[in-house]
Design a binder for this molecule. Structure first.
Ligand code: C5P
Length: 218
């Protein structure tokens, strides 16, 4: 029998990461930040000076990438990375790299391997649609561009990155469009996903709602 999975998808800065981590903590489940995988690949490709259009080289890199990746702990080439992959430049590069089906396929097994007992909370864009289509619970988080730009601004400032709300809003809209319009695993709710607008909800309220849904299913 497969370990249970809670799939949490949504656009950039919809609060998925914070919420997913807390849900995982409350249940004692493992946590998969799938965006971090795409960000790691973006960082690695930048270090190796690969072009974002070089799909063949990027696919090879995705297959061979030496990473340690579990429960929020991330190592690239043997060295711990955390804040480095959070820069907007890396997020934007990640979304360009994430367009290509062969690259996504190369990352699929790494993601599914994290599905172990007692269970997994996975956040991203295609957790409910592609990576874990048989997830126990699928949640799709949305929030207005304004609310998301505010959140991302706070996050970046806290991490010591420079940020502007106006530029962030433009970047978010651009990244949303790229993620939604792409052919391979576009950002969209799974048919059986529960949709939750978090614009006016606190993290605790969103976490509470997801736990409530999960308990009702188990
Ligand atoms: O969620 P995060 O902002 O860290 O993701 C960075 C980028 O990686 C996204 O904009 C998206 O293009 C890509 N991504 C993806 N599929 C996922 C997670 C992230 O395509 N499951």
């Amino acid at each position: 029998l497969h370990a249970p999975v809670i799939a949490i998808d949504g656009p950039t800065a919809s609060g998925k990461g914070t919420v997913a981590q807390q849900v995982a903590q409350r249940l004692g489940f493992h946590y998969l930040d799938s965006g971090a995988l795409y960000r790691l690949l973006a960082l690695a490709s930048l270090r190796r000076q690969l072009a974002v259009q070089d799909v063949a080289a990027l696919t090879l890199l995705a297959r061979e990438l030496h990473i340690v990746f579990r429960d929020g702990y991330v190592k690239l080439d043997g060295v711990k990375v955390s804040n480095e992959i959070r820069a907007e430049e890396i997020g934007n590069r990640a979304s360009e790299i994430a367009l290509h089906a062969p690259i996504r396929l190369a990352l699929l097994a790494r993601q599914r391997a994290l599905r172990t007992l007692p269970g997994l909370v996975a956040d991203g864009r295609d957790m409910g649609t592609v990576v874990f289509p048989d997830a126990t619970l699928k949640v799709f988080l949305t929030a207005s561009v304004e609310a998301r730009a505010q959140r991302r601004y706070k996050q970046l400032i806290e991490k010591g990155f420079p940020a502007s709300i106006e530029i962030l809003s433009q970047d978010l809209a651009k990244r949303d469009a790229r993620d939604i319009q792409r052919v391979s695993a576009p950002l969209r709710p799974a048919e059986d996903a529960k949709i939750l607008d978090t614009s006016n909800l606190s993290v605790e309220q969103v976490v509470g709602k997801i736990l409530e849904w999960f308990v009702a299913l188990s």
